[in-house]
Each structure stands twice: as structure tokens, then as C-alpha cells.
Design a protein around this ligand. Structure first.
Ligand code: PLP
Length: 377
């Protein structure tokens, strides 16, 4: 079976699994306990993972908050900022996002929209990207309490103009969050150069790490002053009071190792994914010609993610037909039962949405395996 659904999840990297195992077996201490070595070892392991994630993203280790994944990070940041800063009567109640976000952002905005906030969903272009000028106009007019715009889209792979967005928010000082789940390990991320990004979400299982772990990056206001938010989980005060609950040390160690590998392999990974993508696109174009169209720009996209429309072919039927030898999806794994809101927001008709499939490569696939696509006529 050729697995080409790496935006849905990735296979755990063998070095990640190896790093995790001791923390499920002999090193099972609780990092919040004190004095004895089992606890100290767990604490050291968590601290190393925090450094590995911080190194990957270009932030300080104390700006990394471990969560259960990007869904939780998105919820934590958006609800947490809205509650903590919006609690004040005079604060803006305006929240801004785009119509092409992941459901964990969209649904959170909708939830807050029903609780006294104004949630605004920006239009996107035909490749699901926001227009910076439109963002700036709304931001200047409405002074949102929080703006959340994803870095790279999980369904079509387009990249939003993150440098320009960061510059906009660095200048106006307003809160800006980006869901970077799909770009980590595929494009360079250096938060030191993107000072307008105050919050970022990421997930372990998209980068060869385990499922059930991720991080919320909450940048400090200055060297000493932390950005506060109302926690989703109240309790023992772990993670600097941002997220209570005993830390899942094995998962955190796995995320740390996956982050280390992602930074070490970034250049090779990106190059290989681009090479494989070009190879596959050549096959598809040669084989299928005008029977297909692509849903993202050829530049400014996540390497290895191809979203395409098979004109006149129902995607579910096609995926079922291929499913015994290639694992692909029609879009995001989270919302595959509903027609894609991303493609609809990009101006695609329901018919076009139903003809779309997403192929997401991994660097360990080889050209010979991709030759399977020559069989599709
Ligand atoms: N954000 C984006 C852009 C995603 O692609 C996903 C997963 O598909 C998520 C958030 C949710 O991530 P997790 O599975 O870690 O909750």
C-alpha cells in the first residue's frame, strides 16, 4: 500500500519511537514530583523536548506550551485570548479569521460568535489565500482583539503571505495567531524574524511524531513579561499555568525528537518533496492532460501537497477504486464527510469539490512507487 495521505497523519519516525519507549517503561516518573531521580529524569526529558521545539521554531523554550495537538492549541489560544483580554468591558470584541481555516479555528470562532464576540471570516482567493490589503483594511477599521490566519492550508497547500501579515501585526501591536500545523518541517519557520506572530499552533503527528501531542507557542511581551490567557484546563498549574494536567512525558519526548529531526532535515526534506511532486505532476499531466486541474498555485505552496480535480470523476468513487493500493483523501481527514469549506470558499462549485482529491507525499516515497499513477487513465 502506497501511503500518500501525509497531511492527515504521518508514520512515526523510528528514532522518535526509540526516544519515547524508555518514558513508557523504566522512566515513568511524574515531572512535577520532586527530589527523586525518576521525577528528575522526566523533568529533564521534558525540558530537552521544550528546547528542541523552541529551536525548530526560533522562540524561547519558555514560550512553548505542550498540548494534546493543534486542535487544542487553536482552542486554547483563541478562547484563552478572547476570555482573558475580552473580559474587560472596553476591550474590542471583534475576532478576525479567514474562511479557509481548519475546523478547529472556524468552529472556535463560531462558538465565540454566539457568546458576545463578533466573529468575522475573511474571503479568500481561488487558491484559499487571504489578501493582505483586505486584512489590513479590516484590522485598521475594527482593531480586532485577535486575528487568526493559517500559515499553510491543509486541503490545497497554499501558503498565506505570512511575512507581510507578521509585518502588519508587528507594526500595529495587535494579537496575531497562526496555525502552522501543515508547514512545520516543510518551510523554514523562524519566529525571531516574525515578531508580529504572537501565537502559533503545531502538532506532533504531522511531522513524524506521535498522535496526541502538540504545542501552543505563546510569545512573551518582553523578556520578562508573559502573555497571559485564560486556560482551557484548570488544575495543578503545569505549563506555567497555561495548561494543567500531568504531562504526557513519552509523547512530549516524541514531539521533541520529531522537532529535532524536522530542523535537521528541513532542507533535504523540502528538496526531496519538491522533486517528487514535480515528478508526479509530470506523470499526471502527461497521462491525464486536460482531464485534471490543480487547486493551488505552483509557487508559494507546501511542498508535497497536491490538490487536484479530476474533471467529471466522482472523488469518492475514485478513492475507493484506488484504495487497495494507494491511500489518498478527498481533502482534510477531519471534515471528509462534508463538502470542503475550503474549496467552496475558493469559489469551487459543489461539482468541482466532489471531483477533488488530495495527494500528500513523504520524503521516503520513491519515483518507482509514484509510477503507479501512470496506470490511471
Ligand atoms: N490545523 C490544521 C491546519 C490541520 O491540518 C490539523 C489536522 O489535520 C489540525 C489543525 C488539527 O491537528 P491535531 O490533529 O493535532 O488536533
Amino acid at each position: 500500500m502506497l501511503y500518500l495521505d501525509n497531511s492527515a497523519t504521518t508514520k512515526i519516525h523510528s528514532e522518535v519511537l526509540e526516544a519515547m519507549l524508555p518514558y513508557l517503561q523504566e522512566e515513568y516518573g511524574n515531572p512535577s514530583s520532586k527530589f527523586y531521580s525518576l521525577a528528575e529524569n522526566a523533568k529533564k526529558a521534558v525540558s530537552m523536548a521544550r528546547e528542541q521545539v523552541a529551536h525548530l521554531l526560533g522562540c524561547d523554550p519558555d514560550e512553548v506550551v505542550f498540548t494534546s495537538g493543534a486542535t487544542e492549541s487553536n482552542n486554547m489560544i483563541i478562547k484563552g485570548v478572547a476570555d482573558y483580554y475580552g473580559y474587560n468591558e472596553d476591550a474590542s470584541k471583534y475576532l478576525l479569521t479567514s474562511a479557509a481555516e481548519h475546523p478547529s479555528v472556524l468552529e472556535t470562532f463560531e462558538f465565540l460568535g454566539e457568546r458576545g464576540y463578533t466573529a468575522h471570516f475573511l474571503d479568500v482567493d481561488s487558491f484559499a489565500r487571504v489578501n493582505v490589503q483586505n486584512v489590513a483594511t479590516v484590522v485598521n477599521q475594527e482593531q480586532p482583539l485577535l486575528t487568526s490566519i493559517m500559515w499553510g492550508n491543509n486541503e490545497v497547500g497554499s501558503l498565506n503571505p505570512i511575512d507581510e501579515l507578521s509585518r502588519l501585526f508587528a507594526t500595529n501591536g495587535l494579537f496575531f495567531h497562526t496555525d502552522a500545523t501543515q508547514v512545520i518541517g516543510k518551510v523554514p519557520v523562524d519566529l525571531r524574524k516574525l515578531s508580529g506572530i504572537r501565537f502559533l499552533s503545531m502538532s506532533g503527528h504531522k511531522i513524524g511524531g506521535p498522535k496526541g501531542v502538540g504545542a501552543a507557542i505563546i510569545r512573551k511581551q518582553s523578556k520578562e513579561i508573559y502573555t497571559r490567557l485564560t486556560p482551557l484546563l484548570h488544575g495543578g498549574g503545569q505549563e506555567n499555568n497555561y495548561r494543567s494536567g500531568t504531562l504526557a512525558v513519552h509523547n512530549i519526548v516524541g514531539l521533541g525528537k520529531a522537532a529535532e529531526l524536522a530542523s535537521q532535515n528541513l532542507e533535504n526534506n523540502t528538496q526531496r518533496l519538491t522533486q517528487l511532486e514535480n515528478y508526479l505532476i509530470d506523470i499526471l499531466k502527461t497521462n491525464l492532460g486536460d482531464k485534471i486541474t490543480f487547486n493551488s498555485d505552483t509557487h508559494d505552496k507546501i511542498p508535497g501537497l497536491i490538490s487536484l480535480q479530476f474533471i467529471g470523476v466522482n472523488n469518492e468513487l475514485l478513492l475507493k477504486k484506488l484504495s487497495s493500493f494507494i491511500a489518498l483523501s478527498s481533502g482534510s481527514a477531519c471534515s471528509s464527510s462534508k463538502p470542503s469549506h475550503v474549496l467552496s470558499a475558493s469559489g469551487k462549485s459543489l461539482e468541482e469539490v466532489r471531483q477533488t482529491i488530495r495527494i500528500t507525499l513523504s520524503a521516503d516515497v520513491n519515483e518507482r512507487e509514484l509510477d503507479l499513477f501512470r496506470e490511471i487513465k
